[in-house]
Write a protein that binds this ligand. Sequence first.
Ligand code: CA
Length: 232
Amino acid sequence: MNKQHILVVEDEKNIRSFLKTVLTSNGYAVLTAETGEEAVTLLSSHCPDLVLLDLGLPDTDGQVFIQAVRRWSRVPIVVVSARTHERDKVLALDRGADDYITKPFGTPELLARVRTALRHAEQRAAGSTPSRYRCQGLQVDCDKRQVLLDGVPVHLTQNEYKIVSLLARYAGKVLTYDQIIQHVWGPNAAGDNRILRVNMANIRRKLEGSPAQPKYLFTEIGVGYRMAESEL
Ligand code: CA
């Protein structure tokens, strides 16, 4: 079997070996780097399928690394960070990271993030973003422009539909406020999240039985929104 290769960029030995053990025992081939420089060398020589990146590296800032790599590679990057500052997560995502996971994290969460990022990269390479989404009672069909909840069509406004279909297409991945705003209101939209929040509140009222305990639409506080993974 042709294993998928993951490059782990992490200077802390314990975390590096933990990540390596978990990923190896789940069927991935793992390369490791302790510095940004080593990571760039391995990236160009081994072309891994995904990078797990610590933001605090000894020789470079992970944010700078993301920006540099994105000039020549679309390899999925999942940030592994101890930083809890939302600003760091938003910056990493806006610079082209695919997702992030905050330390400490559990193994299932780590593996889910990795699977999602790998799947999105495969879909992108095949030039096919999925047009249908299904999770429990919620279905989104982007060809028919239809949203069904327990089989019943849900009436959404044009902008509400744009938000739901965008999140559904990238299900499992966090999208920042800016990424959603630019998609819906265009690149010149004001960087104000208020209108997005209002729309999200309306969407949740229509889709979630209990908006305080969401099943489909999750808030990543200070960062953006993530839709539950599709079962398709
Ligand atoms: Ca570190």
